[in-house]
Design a protein around this ligand. Structure first.
Ligand SMILES: [Zn+2]
Length: 471
């Protein structure tokens, strides 16, 4: 760096308004299965500090108790509660300290968006833990989010795994979304693997014993990142954390927290079979669909599921895997009562509940991905595919603060890239409710893979997988 450049940088730094800092110390306390959280906010302006209760607390099974605030000398400051927000009134500029206890209902997390704490392990999502300034409220008021530091104090010998930078490092969250968007876990027996893919560093932290090796899971994670990058471009974040923990029997679950933190909850003794490998690809693809880009759920879940199936089959080296997953999806689609009554967007508007076998956004959404991919390939003599559409809409999202792409923009991209025939598939499958036929699936598989597949027998019910994208 030249002296002139250094001087210019120094002047720029001096002119930048000072940002408040916010440091958290999170101590795991076995007594009462709780966390003791202490925070210090520098509060240079002396303005009242507004804090929000953890947005995902009810779903995560966490409860905030005993919240109080003081100045740096321990003198209590007035704190009022209004719904899920707390307001601290300082006596003037100067640090505000606040503390609370967070009780955790379950010894074992109910799923990857839940929280669990017992004498052997701790697992939670940060949106279920932190009383913090509300990122959206600060953005609206044009105030920069404080530069945040998080330290997790775990018992001796426990390994702390978080989606944050290293323990205790200061970082400047983009609107606080990173603060609330991570998994936070600790246990003595986490086994940690570090690697990189397409310029992104990733960590896989695994605990618990199942019927596969750690190297098998890290290979799947690595493959999912490489294959997704080939199809969609480089990972949207520079640092990705996979936290693989063991939940309860019958509960398998995965989710993306924030932009780069993936929680995978397995059941004891589980096999790394086709379904779970596919699920792991699905969660990795959420870095792009759901992380870097937000849109209709049938795309962020269903089309994600299609990409996951196609990329997994390509890595596995057998297009029959893609066919098996698509036919399975078709049979589940037929079992959904409203499959010929509602569009996928209407189903979302009606806020229907159900797991990933019971909702059109997953099952028909996956088939929509397949049928659109096939139509685009046919309509362009193989020069384009659904990947071209995906890259175009990811480009749209990149320039937007909201990261949101409208359904009409997806449709326009499909028509422009795939032509009139792809537009007709859109009208029928996405905009329409006409039932899909098994032959539609077979023909599309042929167009995508170049091979023909006979539809299998209608399979038994697939094991339920609980999937969610965290906020
Ligand atoms: Zn998902």
């Amino acid at each position: 760096m030249t002296a002139g450049l250094a001087l210019a940088l120094a002047v720029q730094l001096a002119q930048a308004p000072p940002r408040d800092t916010l440091a958290y110390a999170v101590a795991l306390s076995f007594a009462g299965r709780s966390l003791s959280v202490e925070a210090r906010h520098t509060n240079a302006s002396g303005a009242p500090l507004t804090l929000a209760a953890p947005p995902a607390a009810p779903r995560a099974g966490t409860t905030v108790a005993g919240i109080g605030a003081t100045d740096d000398r321990g003198v209590p400051l007035p704190l009022t509660r209004n719904g899920r927000t707390y307001r601290v009134e300082p006596r003037g500029p100067g640090p505000i300290r606040f503390r609370y206890r967070l009780t955790i209902r379950d010894p074992v997390a109910q799923g990857s968006t839940g929280a669990g704490f017992d004498s052997t392990r701790f697992y939670a999502v940060s949106a279920g833990i932190f009383v913090a300034p509300d990122p959206t409220a600060l953005r609206k008021s044009g105030t920069a989010y404080p530069v945040t530091r998080i330290g997790v104090i775990a018992p001796p010998g426990w390994h702390v795994v978080t989606g944050y930078p290293r323990q205790g490092e200061l970082y400047a969250p983009d609107g606080g979304d990173e603060l609330l968007g991570a998994t936070v876990a600790a246990a003595p027996d986490f086994r940690v693997y570090r690697d990189s893919a397409a310029g992104a560093a990733f960590t896989v932290a695994i605990r618990g014993r199942r019927y596969f090796s750690d190297s098998a899971l890290t290979a799947v994670v690595r493959a999912s990142l490489h294959k997704s990058t080939e199809a969609l471009g480089p990972p949207p974040v520079a640092r990705i954390t996979y936290t693989s923990d063991m939940g309860r029997k019958g509960r398998t679950s995965g989710s993306l927290q924030g932009a780069g933190s993936i929680g995978l909850m397995w059941e004891p003794g589980e096999l790394l079979e086709r379904a779970r490998t596919h699920d792991t690809f699905h969660e990795t693809l959420h870095l792009w669909f759901g992380g870097a880009m937000e849109t209709e759920r049938w795309w962020t879940e269903g089309v994600t599921d299609y990409f996951a199936a196609r990329l997994y089959a390509s890595w596995y080296g057998d297009p029959a895997e893609l066919a098996a997953l698509c036919f399975e999806s078709y049979y589940h689609y037929l079992n959904i009562d409203h499959h010929a009554r509602l569009t996928m967007a209407q189903e979302t508007r009606q806020a229907m509940g159900g797991d990933n076998t019971e909702l059109l956004v997953y099952r028909k959404g996956m088939l929509a991905g397949l049928l659109l991919d096939a139509a685009i390939r046919r309509g362009t003599d193989g020069r384009a595919s659904l990947d071209s559409v995906a890259r175009r809409v990811l480009d749209l999202a990149r320039d937007r603060r909201s990261r949101a792409v409208r359904e009409a923009e997806l449709r326009d991209a499909v028509r422009e890239i795939g032509g009139a025939s792809a537009g007709r598939v859109w009208d029928r499958v996405v905009a329409g409710t006409a039932p899909l036929e098994i032959n539609d699936i077979s023909a599309a598989l042929q167009a995508v893979t170049g091979r023909s597949f006979a539809a299998p027998e209608r399979p038994k019910r697939r094991k339920t997988f609980d999937d969610a994208r965290g906020g």
